[in-house]
Design a protein around this ligand. Structure first.
Ligand code: OAA
Ligand code: MG
Length: 622
């Protein structure tokens, strides 16, 4: 059976943009910024007269959805595996019992009941001072703990007190990572109960600094490191990981960590952080999460010369060598964990991100957070913002600064949603979206995703404000240092009129006696619930309509009270409920598209999602 090309999200359009005319004289237009539209790593320039909707785009438009659905109808290609990843038998053959895996190496895992000292040292089961008297007797813990028996609540209080005493964010980060390695449930209890306070610690912006200094703060490995040294042995490497039932893998190659660029092997902080959110925000079990860093070297001279750098000391492998390693990895993942494991690509550089998504979208359950997750969260924010700025989605004009993964992904998803609403071809919708600056357009929505900080200058924000009663301004680049502008700047320069959200959080701002709280337009709203939806439905492929389903669900959960405060996202304090609703909407779409394998379909998908969610409450040991 042939493996028909099934266009994954955003692929051909990027190809066409890449092929587009590059004009070096694109600077200076009515909004006062240059036409530079690449991320740090891409540094591409796109001509100002190259409208998003180009002739070349048209040729490939519509293929993705149509071909997906057609392929599904024909029953031909969606489930096909590429020849190298086809396995006959051996799927999830954990203990090496099948004939088909006779020639494969086996890790001699032994599972035993932890007790005594090793129980205290096991982060999955350790409860510290919360072991009861009975448990202390039954599990050989007498004398290994001081006499007091604490509650989990008291432990939480104590740890929050101590974390709050650290002034330096990185110290808070290290304290949280230490806790995760010592007492996993308590770590998640803290994160879940104090999500708004701790998100900036374990996630952006602090995780960015942590990655930059990862070699210096490295204590224990928290995920799998797959480097060029492991070429030919990746399946064995996967088998070294102690957990067998993996549902979500977040993988990076470290080449574009947030807006900080190439951090090589030290990008590991990102998969670790994202998966902590998968559990805390989306309820995916920690044991089912696997952070992975693919190390093909780094072009970051500073790291190559850093004596504490933890990765391969060589320049990045590219081309065939790179793709061969990635292919071995993707094949091994499917062979080891089966069809339903979600592989989330995170912080790959543009040139690889689109290609990997295209290549593996047909054979694996893959999701690119930077292209698709960010698109879904931004579409939700824009749809919600319509309540504040007025008009319908197709009535607005969008200008992007940054046509990398996020910019392209967002533009595509907005165009897709517009064309669903207007029933007009997607080419028409694309005409409202500009990936470059131009003298003639008067954008109503300004979206920054260039990875370059401070590009929304006073001039830019003032120009937006002079054209719009309520300009919608999204400064998406992370971490805070790379934000296109600060919340304070947005409110000051727009005289309090901007509807503003940013990728990394900003504190509320006071302007002329009024307090303005801004939202966080970060894919953290989407990926945990999105992944949970895939997991509970047993989905085998990601489809664009699932991204729309996630986005729709998020937008619906913005309350009147939020709107009154100028917010276009609900607060993170409700994120578990938000994620359960997103999961239910995504799962419903998976069933509708015939991409779900967990049958029969649960009647109430919200209840199903909620009941599947991880709880950090201590369990009693017999
Ligand atoms: O990690 C974040 O905060 C959002 C994201 O995916 C990125 O900036 O690459
Ligand atoms: Mg990312």
């Amino acid at each position: 059976m042939g493996c028909k090309q099934l266009d994954a999200f955003g692929l051909y359009r990027l190809g066409s943009i890449k092929k587009g005319k590059v004009d070096k004289d694109t600077e200076g237009t009515n909004l006062g910024f240059s036409g530079c539209c690449g991320t740090n790593s891409s540094k591409r320039k796109i001509s100002k007269d190259q409208h998003y909707n180009t002739g070349e785009d048209k040729k490939v438009i519509g293929r993705e959805m149509e071909s997906t659905l057609k392929a599904l109808r024909d029953g031909e290609s969606v489930l096909d595996l590429s020849p190298r990843s086809t396995v006959s038998g051996g799927v999830e053959d954990i203990y090496g019992e099948d004939r088909a895996t006779e020639d494969q190496l086996v890790t001699p895992w032994i599972f035993s009941v932890a007790s005594g000292y090793s129980l205290l040292r096991d982060p999955q089961y350790n409860k510290g001072l919360s072991f009861t008297e009975k448990e202390r007797d039954a599990h050989y813990l007498r004398g290994l703990l001081p006499p007091t028996v604490s509650t989990q609540q008291l432990q939480e209080k104590k740890l929050m007190n101590s974390i709050r005493q650290y002034q330096v964010p990185l110290q808070k980060y290290v304290a949280m990572m230490d806790l995760q390695e010592r007492n996993e449930r308590l770590f998640y209890k803290l994160l879940i109960d104090n999500v708004e306070e701790l998100l900036p610690v374990v996630y952006t912006p602090t995780v960015g600094e942590a990655c930059q200094k990862y070699g210096s703060i490295f204590r224990r490995p928290q995920g799998l490191y797959i480097s060029l040294k492991e070429k030919g042995k990746i399946l064995e490497v996967l088998k070294n990981w102690p957990e067998r039932s993996i549902q979500v893998i977040v993988v990076t190659d470290g080449e574009r960590i947030l807006g900080l660029g190439d951090l090589g092997c030290q990008g590991m902080g990102i998969p670790v952080g994202k998966l902590a959110l998968y559990t805390a925000l989306g309820g995916v079990r920690p044991s089912a999460c696997l952070p992975i860093t693919i190390d093909v070297g780094t072009n970051n001279e500073k790291l190559l010369n850093d004596e504490f750098y933890i990765g391969l000391r060589q320049r990045r492998a590219t081309g065939q060598e790179y793709y061969d390693l990635m292919h071995e990895f993707m094949t091994a993942v499917k062979q080891n964990y089966g069809e339903k494991v979600l592989v989330q690509f995170e912080d790959f550089a543009n040139h690889n991100a689109f290609e990997l998504l295209a290549k593996y979208g047909t054979t694996h359950l893959v999701f690119n957070d930077d292209i698709q997750g960010t698109a879904s969260v931004v579409l939700a924010g824009v749809v919600a913002a319509l309540k504040l700025i007025g008009g319908t989605l197709p009535e607005h004009t969008f200008l992007f600064l940054g046509a990398g993964e996020a910019g392209t992904g967002i533009a595509e998803l907005i165009a897709l949603e517009m064309s669903k609403q207007t029933k007009a071809p997607i080419e028409e919708s694309r005409k409202k979206i500009w990936l470059v600056d131009s003298k003639v357009i008067k954008p109503t929505v300004l979206i920054g995703s260039s990875g370059v900080g401070r590009t929304f200058t006073k001039e830019v924000v003032e120009a937006m404000t002079s054209n719009n009663d309520k300009p919608l301004i999204l400064a998406l680049s992370n971490p805070t240092s790379q934000s296109e502008c600060t919340a304070e700047e947005a409110y000051q320069w727009s005289e309090g009129r901007a509807i503003f959200a940013s990728g990394s959080p900003f504190d509320p701002v006071e302007y002329k006696g009024k307090v303005y709280a801004s939202g966080q337009a970060n894919n953290a709203y989407i990926f945990p619930g999105f992944g949970l939806g895939l997991v509970i439905s047993g989905a085998i492929r990601v489809h664009d309509d699932m991204l729309l389903a996630a986005s729709e669900s998020l937008a619906k959960q913005v309350s009147e009270e939020n709107y009154k405060n100028g917010l276009i996202y609900p607060p993170f304090s409700n994120i578990r409920r938000i994620s359960a609703n997103i999961a239910a909407n995504v799962a419903a779409k998976a069933y509708e598209l015939g991409l779900a394998t967990r049958l029969p379909r649960p009647q109430n998908l919200v209840k199903c999602a909620e009941s599947c969610m991880y709880t950090p409450v201590y369990r009693n040991y017999r």
